[in-house]
Design a protein around this ligand. Structure first.
Ligand SMILES: Cc1cc2nc3c(=O)[nH]c(=O)nc-3n(C[C@H](O)[C@H](O)[C@H](O)COP(=O)(O)OP(=O)(O)OC[C@H]3O[C@@H](n4cnc5c(N)ncnc54)[C@H](O)[C@@H]3O)c2cc1C
Length: 363
């Protein structure tokens, strides 16, 4: 989000601002953004009129344009959503939701046609989304950083924001910069401060002096593990089961990377601290989930791959929450925008979120 926002603001307002992009790690995008499914979502699943729905649909269009214009590797591979015997109603609900979100490119497909394209998939009913694609998310982030820097953004890695103090019409930002054991304080002033700290956004919000603590939401860490499939890729499209109840996740689906390799995931696990370990013992759970739509899969073909962590706003037993973007209208601090709960479809929505944040700052 930080890269997309910096690039967008620099592009539209390059002459009027100096923009500093702070990153606590040595390289940008090493946390949630490098641990996703890398799927460009059509915008099917989210509640109509939610930020997720609107920004996903807008972001998807902007992202395809961006990739084509700046040569970011991507493929509009399409995806099948497959239902088993008693799940047809869920597909009807998905179609209604997609139409309400303005996603017209979602069609019913007969099982015969599904099997012509994906002979190894088992389903009793299916939908096809032609607008769904995949992207090299690392190439996208590299491109955003390069464009931002070319437009004058100063990128400061190894720099952790520790405190933000509003002072008259400015923010005084305290940070520490450098390598471990060799940290130096770095203090500067700015007129706008954007908190896009992902998993740490609530922690950073609590470090903004004078802000209302009741407006800082609780972020739940929800790990999603992936297992890769060894051997020849059995699919050419993305294959999704119907989503899990309460939309905690989209279900353990099959995605392709840009080389055509298949990985399954992510599952959903609430955890207490950031930990990216993928436990081999989850193989059985993955095998059962995948066998529902790909019966030929064998346990020994599934290899632990990687995990990502969602910054969820919803508690384990609660329904899905929308993205939360706070501006002056809620916290009454001019120049401050804070992003919370930017889970999926954040990658797809990134360019639209950048525009939205910029509008909230009146740019
Ligand atoms: C398992 C999983 C699968 C997903 N799949 C998809 C998908 O297929 N399609 C899709 O559209 N979306 C997907 N998403 C969502 C998408 O990956 C995220 O919405 C997006 O990457 C969030 O980006 P971000 O910039 O908010 O967070 P991050 O990428 O985590 O960036 C936040 C940055 O802030 C830095 N930071 C934090 N605190 C400080 C501080 N105090 N000072 C300085 N820097 C700080 C961090 O180091 C980090 O680099 C997925 C997410 C997960 C977890």
């Amino acid at each position: 989000m930080g890269l997309a926002i910096a690039e967008y603001v620099a592009r539209i307002q390059a002459a009027s601002f100096s923009i500093l992009l702070l990153e606590k790690n040595p390289i940008a995008g090493q946390e949630t953004s490098s641990r996703s499914s890398e799927v460009i979502h059509a915008g099917i699943y989210y509640s109509p009129d939610s930020l997720k729905a609107r920004l996903c649909v807008e972001g998807r269009r902007l992202l395809y344009q961006y990739c084509a214009q700046y040569g970011v590797a991507h493929r509009k591979v399409g995806k099948f959503i497959v239902a088993q015997d008693n799940e047809e109603d869920a597909l009807h609900q998905i179609v209604r939701q997609a139409r309400a979100n303005g996603v017209e490119e979602l069609e019913w497909t007969s099982v015969k046609v599904l099997l012509q394209h994906e002979p190894l998939v088992r389903a009793s009913h299916a939908l096809y989304s032609s607008e769904t694609g995949i992207i090299d998310s690392h190439a996208f982030m590299d491109s955003l950083l390069w464009k931002a820097q070319s437009a004058g953004v100063q990128f400061s890695p190894n720099t952790t924001v520790t405190r933000v103090t509003p002072e008259n019409s400015h923010f005084v930002v305290n940070s520490v910069s450098g390598s471990p054991g060799n940290l130096e304080p770095y203090v500067f002033r700015c007129t706008s401060f954007i908190n896009a700290a992902g998993l740490h956004a609530a922690d950073l919000a609590a470090r903004i002096e004078g802000s209302d603590p009741t407006l800082v939401p609780r972020l739940y860490l929800v790990r999603g593990c992936y297992f890769s499939l060894s051997g020849k890729p059995p699919f050419r499209h993305l294959i999704y089961p119907v989503p899990e109840r309460a939309q905690k996740g989209l279900g353990v689906h099959a995605t392709l990377d840009m080389t055509g390799h298949v990985r399954f995931g992510p599952d959903v696990e609430y955890i207490d601290a950031i930990n990216y370990h993928v436990d081999e013992s989850r193989r059985t759970h993955f095998l059962q989930a995948v066998q529902r739509y790909y019966p030929a899969v064998r346990a020994e073909q599934l290899q632990p791959a990687y995990a990502g962590i969602r910054p969820k706003l919803s508690a384990p037993d609660a329904g899905a929450e929308d993205f939360l973007i706070q501006d002056m209208s809620s916290h009454h601090m001019p120049g401050l925008v804070q992003l919370f709960g930017i889970e999926s479809p954040g990658l797809t929505a990134a360019l639209a979120i950048a525009r939205n944040v910029s509008e909230r700052l009146g740019l």
